[in-house]
Design a protein around this ligand. Sequence first.
Ligand code: GAR
Length: 197
Amino acid sequence: MKRVAILISGGGSNMLALLDSMAEPGHCGMPCLVASNDPQASGLARAAERGVATAALDHRRFGKDRPAFEAELHRIITDHGADMICLAGFMRVLTAGFVTPWSGRMLNIHPSLLPKYRGLHSHARAIEAGDAEHGCTVHEVTPELDDGPILGQARVPIIEGDTPETLAARVLTMEHRLYPAVLRRFAAGDRTQLFLP
Ligand code: GAR
């Protein structure tokens, strides 16, 4: 069994999809912690309701001292016996100092068809560019932002009249399918790419 720590910053709908999936038979992962950099993140209460250990580490307490924040986050995660980390809407950039020790053991979901639209506002940027399709990517985390080996992608058409909000909602539905499917495979040692639909 792989013990999985999930890091969130907000509502945690992807986190809930991962918890639901890990509760299914035959999964090689089990949740050991849901942690957030924002003590107000509503996902924390939703995880606690499901009996998963939670932790809040307010990054604002650390001011500009990113290494100190990351060292404390690492300590909390290792204290919970995590074997791997899933970033699920975790909106802090993590430096090489944090990422390197978790190399090959940390996944992220990003709302674009990487390598397109790293960083923020990916939905607006895809619409602005006149793209015919958009989507989401699950990848291994490396020190470069939204980079690292791609483990899965799901595509979503961009339709006439889409706004960043309508498109984001459609992509999120696919995120909830893609991320659990990739984690299930990854936890079992399968790093081959998965493409949906
Ligand atoms: C998701 O769309 C996720 O892909 C995105 O934040 C949202 C979190 O929603 N992540 C990023 O933009 C990371 N750069 P959730 O809290 O409901 O899972």
